[in-house]
Design a protein around this ligand. Structure first.
Ligand code: IPE
Ligand code: IPE
Ligand code: MG
Length: 243
């Protein structure tokens, strides 16, 4: 397999992934949607391993959006059970690779057994500093930004913050995970050209990589290709080419 991560010049510090296409992957094989999600969970495992190998420090995966609560209850239930099952199955790999787990989103909206299971692994891996794995769960970027605005407004009202202190940094500081650097690369699988309410603030200067592959087919090799594409990008940040 052609995945020489060491040969890459630039490694993004933070990669965010919209894991899409599990349902279509399953449908094409005559399987149930949950079978697609199960196979997708194996891709998460593969990408985590590849990212650790490549030296990517932060990986954020979009696992469940605020909009995904509109899905049939049986699918939601299947996804929540799969999450618990996956944590049971892969927690050891987090320890082996020194990966810390974090969750971003409306934690309190998740079923209690899921919260308990997540918290156990969050606590057990909190001391790792090499790599961070962030799962966006019941996550919606507009809610996140609206909540930040509300928290800031309350601080200004109470006098804890001055109006002139409300700037870009202040907004970043009031998002779910203020200490995490913005993603440099955003990958979306299954060819959809949209953000679906994912990290609207944090992705403002990220490079986008969209692949037609369905998420269950996205493994180490595909991740390597995304990093290769990132290496070919010219990031100007509104400036001009340095020659
Ligand atoms: C992504 O796959 C997983 C979640 C959103 C939870 P989908 O379930 O959206 O798969 P498609 O888009 O229907 O193929
Ligand atoms: C985005 O996928 C959300 C996740 C990957 C969790 P969706 O399948 O929900 O997005 P839309 O509906 O195609 O925009
Ligand atoms: Mg989808």
């Amino acid at each position: 397999m052609d995945t020489n991560f060491q040969g890459l010049e630039k490694i993004p510090k933070h990669v965010a992934l919209i894991m899409d296409g599990n349902g279509r992957w399953a449908q094409e094989r005559g399987l149930s949607r949950i079978e697609g999600h199960k196979e997708g969970a194996q891709s998460v495992r593969a990408v985590l391993r590849a990212a650790a190998q490549a030296g990517v420090e932060y990986i954020t995966v979009y696992a469940f959006s605020t909009e995904n609560w509109k899905r049939p209850p049986a699918e939601i239930d299947g996804l929540m059970k799969l999450l618990v099952h996956s944590l049971n199955e892969y927690e050891q790999e987090l320890h082996d690779n020194h990966i810390r787990l974090l969750v971003m989103g409306q934690f309190e909206r998740l079923p209690l057994p899921v919260r308990i299971r997540l918290q156990k692994t969050i606590d057990a891996t909190a001391h790792y500093t090499d790599h961070t794995f962030i799962i966006a769960l019941s996550y919606g970027s507009r809610t996140e930004i609206a909540d930040a605005a509300k928290a800031i407004a309350e601080k200004v009202k109470s006098g804890e913050m001055k109006l002139k202190e409300v700037n870009e940094q202040a907004i970043s500081n009031h998002l779910y995970l203020p200490e995490i650097p913005d993603p440099e690369l955003m990958i979306r699988t299954s060819g959809e050209l949209r953000l679906s309410n994912f990290l609207l603030w944090q992705l403002s200067y990220a490079e986008f990589y969209i692949t037609e592959d369905y998420w269950p087919d996205f493994r180490e090799e595909q991740f390597f290709h995304a990093l290769e594409a990132f290496n070919g990008r010219d990031r100007r940040y509104g400036g001009v080419n340095k020659k």
